[in-house]
Design a protein around this ligand. Structure first.
Ligand SMILES: Cc1cc2nc3c(=O)[nH]c(=O)nc-3n(C[C@H](O)[C@H](O)[C@H](O)COP(=O)(O)OP(=O)(O)OC[C@H]3O[C@@H](n4cnc5c(N)ncnc54)[C@H](O)[C@@H]3O)c2cc1C
Length: 455
């Protein structure tokens, strides 16, 4: 489904001199994200394409675009850096791709908070706040390309979540400014817990134009790689380091079968050892090294980011979370896809080891330590040797039924079938306000039905 060329022309006339692009190459590029990690999504989404890319540079321009899109009833897919994994910014019904990356100013930096426009790349925000001796409390490993608004709307957590929780956890985001998609758009400001009305809503219920984000004093985290002769020892060490309160921003346990994908680290992560990749506070480096030694491991890298880059080594955040999948796919693209698993709390390493044994060469594991609602939460994003849809769902079923894990299915496009598991009625109520005609990112939420749309 798409709208007629005449409707698109009428829309373009209404928005005056706001920048647009409609070359085939651009439309193709801006209609994709990283859904190709999933062969199931590739089959479903390849060929879905928007009809015009619109590039606002201010909130006023967003309002003009929203009004014209509503008037002509054109679907709108908001796009940040396009690094989402589930076809989050693939236009299912053609229409407008709203490219937010030129709405990118950092507006205000204070003690503990930054306010910026939603299209600002996260790394750019990070550079700006670093001049005040502060850093973001948490960021996705895609921070170079990803925008702050895209992270808010499509992400969940990442580097720093071990220390400062997930995006949903109170305090990381306290303020969001949203433009509604209606003939006379409104600007709605959400504060505190109300920001959950739009968090992880995939751009289905309003256009975020600005938001704030929590900062903490800069720490010169020591990027650390440690090796163990056994995944059990690596898991036990990481778990104990958490229980003992070692101050870490990142802690990822990666099994030895990933070593062949980490070419730049050949000298530090050999294929006969399992590894922990961590960012450790300088004052806890010795305590962590002692813990590693107690578990029979050894530290092969412990450097500041500056020294690491000078040595042409990757940051440890490019060795964990979904960057592991990217490393594998770079080398063996058609072989692998992946899963996202949350373990029951408290984490039992024996369960992870049983899964490793059960799936043999089918799954390669790495485990991510995070904090959710204040408690330690362990995730895994194992890569899965692709065979078929049926086998993928058999494994998901086993992990949920036999192991008590929750699998956030990365092979589906709706919010509910993926991470959230159920319809968030608060977000749907907000959609009735912010997108009364049901034009935003159609097909991405099961909670919205055609009869809810205002004519
Ligand atoms: C290698 C790799 C590693 C990753 N690591 C992480 C990680 O550590 N943690 C994590 O949470 N995710 C991770 N992701 C997923 C993704 O990178 C993040 O969620 C990222 O922050 C998305 O930002 P983006 O600007 O690229 O958003 P996009 O992909 O452009 O958009 C994501 C969603 O948000 C909507 N959206 C974008 N901007 C707005 C706006 N201004 N208003 C309303 N809706 C909007 C879009 O419509 C879309 O539905 C990873 C992905 C890859 C490929």
């Amino acid at each position: 489904m798409s709208v007629s060329a005449e409707t698109i022309s009428a829309f373009c006339a209404d928005i005056g001199d706001i920048a647009i692009q409609d070359q085939d190459r651009v439309l193709d590029l801006k209609s994709k994200d990283y859904y190709w990690y999933s062969p199931i999504l590739k089959e479903q989404l390849d060929g879905k394409i928007g009809q015009v890319v619109v590039i606002p540079t201010s909130e006023e321009e967003v309002i003009t675009i929203a009004a014209a899109a509503a008037k002509h009833r054109i679907p709108v897919t908001v796009r940040g850096g396009g690094t989402g994994n589930y076809g989050q910014c693939v236009p299912m019904e053609g229409g407008i791709i709203l490219d937010m990356t030129k709405l990118n100013r950092v507006l205000e930096i204070s003690d503990g908070r930054v306010v910026c426009e939603a299209g600002a790349r996260i790394e750019r925000v990070e550079t700006a706040v670093s001049e005040t001796g502060q850093m973001l409390t948490m960021f996705p490993s895609t921070k170079r390309l990803a925008t702050i608004g895209g992270f808010m709307s499509g992400g969940s957590g990442g580097i720093g979540s071990l220390r400062n929780g997930m995006l949903r956890d109170g305090g990381n985001v306290n303020y969001v400014r949203v433009v509604t998609l209606e003939e006379t758009p409104q600007v709605i400001e959400l504060h505190g817990a109300d920001i959950l009305k739009v968090q992880h809503a995939y751009g289905t219920n309003g256009i975020i134009t600005a938001m704030d984000y929590a900062l903490m004093p800069t720490v010169d985290w020591q990027h650390t790689i440690v090796l163990f002769d056994g995944y059990d020892a690596a898991l036990a060490c990481a778990k104990e380091a958490q229980e003992d309160g070692i101050d870490a921003f990142l802690m990822t346990v990666v099994e030895r079968r990933f070593a062949r994908f980490y070419k730049r680290l050949a000298a530090h992560f050999p294929s006969d050892r399992d590894a922990i990749f961590a960012m450790i506070a300088p004052e806890d480096v010795d305590a962590f090294a002692a813990k590693v030694a107690a578990h029979g491991g050894s530290v092969t890298v412990s450097r500041s980011l500056h020294d690491l880059e000078a040595a042409k080594l990757p940051a440890t955040w490019e060795c964990g979370w979904n960057h592991t999948t990217l490393q594998a796919l770079k080398h063996e693209r058609d072989t692998w896809t992946y899963l996202q698993i949350a373990y029951p709390r408290p984490f039992d390493p024996a369960l992870a080891l049983r899964q490793q044994e059960r799936y043999g060469e089918e799954l390669y594991f790495h485990h991510e330590m995070a904090r959710m609602d204040g408690d330690i939460q362990i995730f895994a994003l194992p890569i899965l040797r692709w065979t078929s849809r049926a086998r993928t769902y058999e494994i998901i079923d086993e992990m949920e039924r036999l192991d008590g894990c929750t699998v956030f299915d990365p092979h589906v496009i709706t919010i509910e079938d993926g991470g959230m598991k159920e319809i968030d009625t608060t977000q749907i109520e907000f959609k009735k306000l912010a997108d009364p005609h049901g034009l935003m990112n159609p097909g991405k939420t099961r909670g919205w039905t055609a009869e809810m749309a205002k004519s």
